[in-house]
Ligand binder design. Sequence first.
Ligand code: SF4
Ligand code: SF4
Length: 236
Amino acid sequence: MEKSWSNRKGEEPEGVSLYNLDQWKSFKAIVEAMAAMDERERLGLQEKCRPYLCFREELDLFHKGHVEAHCTGACYEKGVSACCGFESIFTFFADQVVNVLFSSPEELAFLLATLRKPNTTRRCVYLGPAGCLWKVRPISCAMFFCDDVKQNFLQADPVLEREWKEMQREEKAFTWPDRQVLFDDLEKCFLARSVDSPFMYFHKSPGLLRVKAQARKSQAEKGEPFAEVTSRSTAK
Ligand code: SF4
Ligand code: SF4
């Protein structure tokens, strides 16, 4: 890679928050690394993400079927959404990779241009006039429900509550590194291409590193290999 995390002087956005700057640098590094890949590598990465996208479609259907009508009346129609009301939302590096993989060049150009401008809205910088600018929203956003929805919908109906718990379990199969998971693998793939980012929590967060180390130790003690999730069926 010609460009590392710190080697972007001269092209970085100016007068923006550190959050915008870090998000821009991380997205930009991914876009450039992908531009340097050949078609086969890019398609291979998309293929690797398919089971996750199936899960995300299922999650969207869950939201549409059970809470969207409530959210529309409570928030969307009033032009407010507590979900997108924070200036700095949590993102994993892998969230960004998935988004770049499945966005059009125009969508990415708009997203990067937005990060170059100071956020004066006091809401999430990614909240555009037509909703979220991400093609595949960060997992922390997709899995978020406010207390109102949790108490009055998800916990009020045992069937729904079971379904929601199953969604949470499936999410972990991609994001919780007590086994080999997609979000960790995507970081590895870009680290191998000399891309660095502060959002690579699977390689930088002491908590997640501890989970990985403990899982490897206990599986080694049982003589089992570190399990890999390769398809939707094994994710369950
Ligand atoms: S989850 Fe809660 S805060 Fe978010 S849009 Fe729905 S009702 Fe509003
Ligand atoms: S990234 Fe998108 S979904 Fe998440 S808080 Fe921002 S605008 Fe809302």
